[in-house]
Design a protein. Structure first.
Length: 440
């Protein structure tokens, strides 16, 4: 059924982009309609095959007159896909309601008998939550699914913990901005779980990138084949047209409802003993940093410059994950100009200011570590190509960086892409891990 529903969603999306006036129903209604149509067709085809009906009768799916009985979902055997989901024994989630015998010998109400665990349709186990992780564990193993013959990313481990990630998106036309953002999000959230900072499971819209694959190594992932993600992108126009990743992040984060990003920042100025808020924003969108003068850009310098303006800028509360955007693209005299200077300082701990209270202008600082970077190769944010650099952390991959690309397995790099850095994903760091040195 999944391929059929994906095809229906693709047709709906195409119609919305090309002939939106012809649409009179939502994506959810279109998928439900397609589901009913497909079920009707399959039941009709089955009813025309004597062997199939005999088998259905032996299973108790039809009565003696070959009328279909009602299938009912049995919630007693549906295991919630919660923290640290494990492989379970197979069972049937769809069962035939069996008539219960009443005390008078007649037919009473409908009932169903649990017969097993989770549905057979679940072909992979998600191992993305760190609830079962020992807090004393200082090392773990992360694995990126790779092509045959290519070198995987593997490190020794103390505990039986896996954080798999399929980081080889397909080569769909003009989807590099979406692929790059999904990889940056997934990698950042996995590192947050590995460190024990984030214990909630990943939402379905992005968790498919962190499931143990059932397909052979070397197969690319088609991100638009996943219905939960398609549902989140329902209001995103022209998905196959190149977009600014900062705009996509601003659109996507509020709709994901993924814990770890919620927060805000404010600009405050104290005059005549009164604190006034002159500007504010949410951390569900990138925080924009202006560039400073000099031959090279330094991350902490740009953060300090953002903080020490005429109105004091700072976060209003500690936020687990913060996205920063550099103003590399500026309109001057009707022409968009790009800054190509390299960025330094992203390999070391940086500090973000946090206001001491709801009306304070004094701040304290918290350590953050860059986990992922989205790179832009073009003269405009809506042109060129996007890739993602995944930065190892003290608990996994320290001093290593891997670069992803569409249709390719991530490969280890050094510092040759520093001038392409556009978006940074920062993760709140443990105080015990703030001894990482800068390699700049």
């Amino acid at each position: 059924m999944i391929p059929v529903l994906c095809d229906a969603a693709t047709k709906w999306r195409t119609t919305k982009e090309e002939e939106p006036t012809k649409l009179s129903y939502s994506l959810k209604l279109a998928l439900f309609k397609q589901l009913l149509i497909t079920l009707h067709e399959r039941l009709r085809e089955t009813s025309q095959k004597e062997e199939a009906m005999t088998h259905a009768k032996s299973l108790g799916w039809v009565d003696v007159e070959l009328n279909w009985l009602t299938l009912r979902w049995n919630p007693g055997v549906a295991v919630a896909a919660g923290a640290y989901e494990k492989r379970l024994h197979r069972g049937n989630d769809l069962e035939i309601p069996k008539p219960a015998t009443s005390p008078t010998g007649g037919q009473g109400g409908l009932d169903s008998v649990p017969t097993g665990g989770i549905s057979q349709a679940r072909g992979s186990s998600s191992l993305v939550d760190s609830t079962g992780m020992d807090r004393e564990c200082s090392m773990a193993r992360a694995r990126l699914q790779t092509e045959k013959g290519s070198s995987g990313i593997r490190l020794p481990c103390q505990r039986d913990l896996e954080l798999p990630m399929s980081a080889k998106p397909g080569l769909a036309q003009l989807l590099c901005y979406l692929n790059s953002t999904l990889i940056a999000l997934s990698w950042t959230l996995l590192q947050a779980q590995l460190c024990g900072i984030l214990r909630q499971a990943l939402v379905p819209a992005i968790s498919f990138l962190t499931q143990v694959p059932t397909t052979p190594h070397g197969c690319s992932i088609q991100v638009l084949s996943h219905l939960p993600l398609l549902a989140k992108l329902q209001a995103w126009s022209n998905i196959h047209v190149q977009h600014d990743v900062a705009e996509l992040v601003t659109y996507l984060l509020p709709r994901l409802n993924q814990p770890g990003f919620q927060g805000s920042w404010e600009a405050r100025r104290r005059t005549d003993g009164i604190t006034r808020v002159t500007d504010r924003g949410t951390t569900l969108a990138p925080v924009i940093l202006a560039l400073h003068a000099g031959e090279q850009l330094i991350l902490q310098t740009m953060i300090d410059q953002w903080h020490t303006q005429a109105s004091i800028h700072a976060l209003t509360q500690p936020t687990t994950i913060v996205c920063l955007q550099f103003q590399r693209f500026i309109w001057e005299a009707g022409v968009m100009r790009r800054d190509y200077r390299s960025l330094l300082g992203y390999h070391c701990i940086v500090h973000l200011p946090i206001f001491d209270g709801p009306h304070a202008t004094d701040v304290h600082i918290l350590p953050y570590q860059v986990v992922a970077m989205q790179l832009q190769y073009g003269v405009q944010p809506t042109k060129g190509h996007y890739r993602t650099a995944m930065i190892g952390q003290p608990r996994f991959g320290k001093d290593r960086v891997w670069l992803s690309d569409d249709g390719r397995t991530p490969e280890q790099i050094q510092r040759e892409h520093d001038s392409a850095i556009y978006l940074l994903w920062l993760l709140q760091a443990d105080n015990a891990e703030t001894t990482v040195t800068d390699r700049a």
